[in-house]
Design a protein around this ligand. Structure first.
Ligand SMILES: [Zn+2]
Ligand SMILES: [Zn+2]
Length: 344
C-alpha cells in the first residue's frame, strides 16, 4: 500500500500516489472491451491500400509504410491569417505547420505490437526521415510524432497508424522537459534522463525490458497506472540520431512492452504514445534525451483513469495505483503475443 508524493523530475511537479484507495467502491461507467474479429482489409477504411479518402485522393496499393498529409489538418501551411484580436492584450498567430498520417502496415487488423522487429525498425527509419525533413523547415519549431490507440482514447479506426504534427511552437510537455533538463545539467553537469535511467536500474523493480542499447521501465514517478518509458541508453536529441544497432535494440524493447500490454488483459491495449524529441527551433538540445512515453488511460480492463479536480483543476496527477505493483504485473506478463499463442 503506497501512500506518498513522488517528484516528477522531467515535469518538475509532484505526483500524489494514493494506492490505498484503489479498491474503493466504484459505480461509474465501465468501458467494456471489444473482442470482435477485425478483417485484414476494409472497403471503406480511409487508411487501407487502394481506398478513396474524403479528400478525393486514392491511397496507393502500398505494401509496407504509407505517409500522407492529413485530410483534416489542425495545422497547415494553408491555414488562414488569424483575425486581429479586438483587444491588444490578446495574442494570436497563424495555425501554420504540417500534419501527416503514417500507416504502419497495409494490414487493417494488425497493431504495432504485432509487427515484427524488422517492420518496427522500418517504421523507426520512416520517423527518422520525417523528423529530419519536417524539422529542417524554417517555420517548424517542433515535430511531435504520436499514436492514439483504441476507443478509450477516441480512436474508432483500428488500422495501425500514427500522426505527425510539425508546429510553429514547442508543445508544453517538451518545453518543460527542455527547461528541466537544462537546469539539471547546469546544476549537476549530468543529463537528467541519464540519471532517471540510472535510478531505475539502481532500484530495479520497475524495469520491463532491457537489452544492450535500450531500456523500458515504468517510472518511479508514473502518473498513469501503466505508464512506460522506452528509450535508447545513450543520449540522442531525436530518433534521427540513432544508429542501426540502436534502432534494432529499441525495436526489440518496444515490441516486448507492447506485447506485454496486450497480454495483460488479452486485448489490444489502448494508449497515447508520444515520441519526446528535442525541438527543432535552432536551440542547443545536445543534452535532450529522446524517449518514447506510453500513457495508457485504463486502470483495469473496464476502468478508465478519469482526469478530474487534481489533474484538470490543479494540474498535478493523483495516481490510485502503486508503480511497483503495476510494473510487477507487466514483468509477469508473457512476452509472446496472445494471438500468436492461439493461432500457432
Ligand atoms: Zn484499414
Ligand atoms: Zn518525456
Amino acid at each position: 500500500m503506497t501512500w506518498e508524493e513522488r517528484w516528477h523530475p522531467l515535469r518538475g511537479e509532484w505526483v500524489v500516489v494514493a494506492a490505498h484507495r484503489q479498491n474503493r467502491p466504484w459505480s461509474g461507467e465501465m468501458v467494456g472491451r471489444s473482442l470482435k474479429e477485425i478483417p485484414r482489409f476494409v472497403g471503406d477504411c480511409y487508411l487501407c491500400p487502394g481506398n478513396l479518402r474524403v479528400s478525393g485522393a486514392t491511397n496507393p496499393a502500398y505494401d509496407n509504410i504509407f505517409v500522407f498529409d492529413n485530410d483534416h489538418p489542425s495545422i497547415s501551411t494553408g491555414a488562414p491569417q488569424p483575425d486581429v484580436p479586438r483587444s491588444a492584450f490578446h495574442k494570436t498567430m497563424r495555425a501554420d505547420g504540417i500534419s501527416r498520417v503514417v500507416c504502419y502496415s497495409p494490414r487493417h487488423d494488425l497493431t504495432l505490437a504485432e509487427l515484427s522487429q524488422v517492420e518496427i525498425v522500418r517504421l523507426f527509419e520512416c520517423w527518422q526521415q520525417q523528423y529530419a525533413e519536417l524539422g529542417s523547415m524554417p517555420n517548424v519549431d517542433h515535430v511531435l510524432i504520436f499514436e492514439n490507440k483504441g476507443e478509450a482514447v477516441g480512436v474508432s479506426n483500428p488500422h495501425p497508424h500514427c500522426q505527425i504534427y510539425a508546429n510553429n511552437f514547442v508543445f508544453k510537455t517538451i518545453a518543460n522537459e527542455v527547461q528541466a533538463g537544462r537546469e539539471y545539467f547546469a546544476q549537476n553537469g549530468r543529463v537528467l534522463f541519464q540519471d532517471v535511467i540510472a535510478a531505475e536500474i539502481e532500484d530495479g523493480r520497475r524495469i520491463i525490458a532491457e537489452n544492450d542499447k535500450a531500456i523500458a521501465f515504468l517510472p518511479y514517478f508514473a502518473r498513469y497506472a501503466y505508464e512506460v518509458f522506452v528509450a535508447p541508453k545513450a543520449t540522442h536529441p531525436s530518433i534521427a540520431n540513432l544508429s542501426g544497432n540502436e534502432l534494432k535494440d529499441l525495436a526489440e524493447v518496444l515490441k516486448t512492452v507492447l506485447v506485454k500490454f496486450d497480454n495483460l488483459w488479452q486485448m489490444p491495449f489502448p494508449y497515447v504514445m508520444p515520441l519526446h524529441q528535442a525541438p527543432t527551433d535552432g536551440g542547443d538540445h545536445s543534452t535532450f534525451h529522446f524517449h518514447i512515453e506510453f500513457h495508457p488511460p485504463l486502470r483495469k480492463p473496464d476502468l478508465l483513469k478519469y482526469l478530474a479536480g487534481p489533474e484538470i483543476g490543479g494540474g498535478n496527477f493523483l495516481s490510485d495505483t502503486s508503480p511497483e505493483e503495476k510494473a510487477a504485473e507487466l514483468i509477469a506478463a508473457s512476452s509472446v503475443h496472445y494471438k500468436t499463442e492461439v493461432s500457432e
